[in-house]
Design a protein around this ligand. Structure first.
Ligand code: DP6
Length: 323
């Protein structure tokens, strides 16, 4: 019987954003999403079975804060209710990201944890079931189980599916850290507020359906410019919806705006690079693998950028060692 397992999972950045929930309990996304898993955003997690009467959770070498610890305990409870885990565990998880700024990822974290728990369970869990189980921890985690370019549809219990294997993807991202935003609101909280108070929420959902279909077609025909254009427009539409919540949530700072402008300038200089932004101030530039170096130079020279780095396509979650 396996009693200790070490796993690795990569965070992903969405080309078509998951934003909004149909059901909070089952963590059902209100929009179908498509993402790229990234090699520089990796989480390693060690999970050990213990005879103790409680779970212990350590993140980046420190005890997890109360809210995070509770979220993870609730998640472990879900595995126990489903008879996929008996007893308690010790979790030690670390983000091996180039920088901690605003990139703490629930996608790689929950994908890694779900993968470790499935190894410890005595049941043979299919990859699609594992993706569903990861989704209960965090919607974006469902996509990190699969890796490469992955799509998470909507539905009554969706799992992510592979669209393009990592080694077949010819584009990557330059991640620009734009510092701290004025106010931090978790995606979870912001999604709720958006649904209940943004006048553009319905428009966002409708547009997102069109973007998802168009993105699948663009990926199928390897039409990079269209992929980039849709991704950028989709991210900006999500932020439009977020800005319009009452009270308003503004994830951007002045560097974010400068970087959106930079994407336009880079394009007018003949390099195809497109911006996408999650629930924070950082900007990811989507560009061909062959252009990553040139885009990195331009991004690094932008005032306000704390640090920038290259991220290439990565695979799904994987077990590193066990005993
Ligand atoms: C903007 O997956 O963090 O990054 O399901 O509540 O844990 P929960 O939300 P989460 O939301 C991700 C939001 C996003 C877009 C995306 O990754 O698709």
């Amino acid at each position: 019987m396996i009693r200790r397992v070490r796993v690795r999972a990569y965070a992903n950045i969405a080309l078509i954003k998951y934003w909004g929930k149909l059901d909070e309990q089952k963590n059902l996304p209100a929009t179908a999403s498509i993402s790229l898993a990234l090699d520089s955003l990796v989480t390693e997690t060690l999970v050990t079975k213990t005879k103790e009467k409680r779970d212990r959770i350590e993140l980046d070498g420190k005890s997890a804060d109360r809210t995070t610890a509770q979220r993870i305990r609730d998640y472990l409870e879900l595995w126990r209710e489903r008879k996929l885990l008996d007893g308690h565990v010790r979790i030690s998880s670390a983000n091996k990201f180039p920088t901690a700024a605003g990139l703490a990822s629930s996608a790689s974290g929950f994908a890694a944890l779900a993968t470790a728990l499935s190894e410890l369970s005595k049941t043979n869990i299919a990859r699609s079931t594992l993706s569903r189980l990861a989704r209960f921890g965090s919607g974006s985690a469902a996509r990190s189980i699969v890796g490469g370019i992955a799509a998470l549809p909507t539905g009554s219990d969706p799992a992510a599916k592979m669209i393009i294997e990592a080694d077949q993807v010819d584009f990557g991202m330059v991640v620009a850290i734009a510092g701290d935003s004025a106010k931090k609101v978790s995606s979870r909280e912001a999604m709720k507020l958006c649904k209940t108070s943004s006048p553009y929420f319905k428009a966002w959902i409708d547009q997102s359906k069109r973007d998802y279909k168009a993105m699948l077609a663009a990926l199928k025909s390897s039409d990079f410019n269209t992929i980039g254009e849709i991704a950028e427009a989709n991210a900006l539409a999500m932020h439009g919806c977020i800005l319009a919540t009452r009270p308003s949530i503004v994830y951007w700072n002045e560097t974010t705006l400068a970087l959106i402008e930079l994407a336009r300038m880079i394009r007018s200089d003949g390099i195809a690079a497109y911006a996408t932004i999650d629930a924070g101030p950082n900007v990811c530039f989507i560009c061909k693998l062959t252009e990553l170096g040139r885009v990195l130079k331009r991004v690094s020279n932008t005032p306000g950028v704390e640090t920038a780095f290259i991220a290439k396509p990565a695979g799904g979650s994987e077990v590193i060692e066990w005993e």
